[in-house]
Design a protein around this ligand. Structure first.
Ligand code: SF4
Ligand code: SF4
Length: 338
């Protein structure tokens, strides 16, 4: 099913593909996945300059089919000079002469005209040159995402959304629909905490104007998405039960795995270690009880309590405490191994 990306007037399949995970696929696998996605009707691809070779893989795999999909990428530039450097690099790697949706990548403020940064002016110039079609932004902070939409200066907004989101976050998605601003939903599986794509998908299909970008690394994940599409867009009683159960189990503060707290000077892989208790119980636990993750968890006592991570976390989590709690739980869970 196609839906309109808000005021852009572009129509895309309700399910987009997030191209962050294809960094971890080989070039041959990426080519197979991207072409199969297009063949199956997925026609919206979202990547970023920051996702290492993701843009290159898209460029090499599907640039010859450019007219048949909508392309979004992002720049993390903080100066106009870096902005144009990023844009030219993306155009070159993507083998295209235009990007449909060009997004500021999670800035810590909303670029506006005449704010002295020249970042919004850079977007206007790129659009006037025909190198981008729509001006957009991604963010993990609700107040900034909302400010961007209220400014009416952005054509789409990308924000985390799934059935574990707060009522405020879900209200924000509805607010965007009222304003005709397309809502591109990242983290539709909450960084791996949601394990049933069918339930995740039908939940989001109930909210008007939301286009999730599913992070796909393996062909089997793409097949699971196609299967979920065939099941329709209505939340079944069984799915509602799963949503209620997961909400009860994951209520309160938890790490979403976004990674914005990195890097840690003590080398702690915070976005995994701070949610290890959940991962142990929600994914096959043997994935996390081997030597690799045990060694990563053993870095937690080296935390210097510098709080750099806390200052970067968009969810204001008390990360050192969360890590400690996960460390204690991990030791108990795997006590035979310690
Ligand atoms: S407070 Fe601990 S976990 Fe956070 S950045 Fe500092 S050393 Fe790393
Ligand atoms: S601790 Fe915060 S910033 Fe770090 S991964 Fe978790 S939610 Fe993201």
């Amino acid at each position: 099913m196609k839906i309109q990306l808000g005021r852009t007037g572009l129509f895309v399949n309700r399910d987009g593909l997030g191209a962050l995970p294809i960094q971890r696929a080989s070039m041959a696998e990426a080519e197979r996945i991207l072409n199969k996605a297009l063949d199956g009707g997925i026609d919206f691809f979202d990547t970023a300059r920051a996702y290492s070779d993701s843009e290159e893989k898209i460029g090499k795999s599907i640039a010859s089919r450019r007219a048949s999909f909508v392309l979004a990428t992002k720049t993390g530039a903080r100066t106009a000079e870096d902005f144009f450097h990023d844009l030219e690099t993306s155009l070159s790697l993507l083998h295209t002469d235009y990007i449909d949706i060009y997004q500021f990548h999670n800035p810590n403020y909303v670029p506006l005209p005449d704010d002295g940064t020249f970042m919004y002016e850079a977007m206007l110039q790129a659009r006037a040159q025909g190198k981008i079609r729509f001006i957009s932004i991604t963010n993990h902070r609700l107040h900034l995402a909302r400010q961007a939409v209220e400014s009416a200066l952005y054509d789409t907004v990308q924000f985390p959304l799934n059935y574990l989101s707060s009522a405020q976050e879900i209200d924000f998605a509805r607010f965007c629909a009222d304003k005709s601003i397309a809502f591109i939903a990242m983290k539709a599986l909450s960084g791996g905490l949601i394990t049933d794509i069918g339930t995740a998908r039908t939940f989001l299909a109930q909210i008007p104007g939301v286009v999730p970008i599913w992070g796909i690394q393996r062909e089997s994940e793409l097949d699971a998405l196609f299967k979920a599409q065939q099941a329709g867009d209505t939340v079944t009683a069984e799915q509602q039960g799963r949503i209620d159960h997961d909400r009860a189990e994951l209520s309160g503060v938890f790490c979403r795995g976004c990674g914005y707290c990195a890097p840690c000077p003590s080398g702690i892989v915070i976005n995994m270690c701070a949610r290890m208790s959940l991962l142990l119980r929600r994914a096959p636990s043997q994935n996390f009880l081997g030597q690799t993750w045990r060694a990563e968890m053993e870095k937690i006592p080296n935390c210097k309590h510098c709080n750099i991570c806390k200052s970067r976390c968009p969810y204001n989590l008390d990360i050192p405490s969360l890590l400690q709690a996960n460390y204690q739980d991990y030791k108990q869970f795997s006590e035979l191994l310690f």
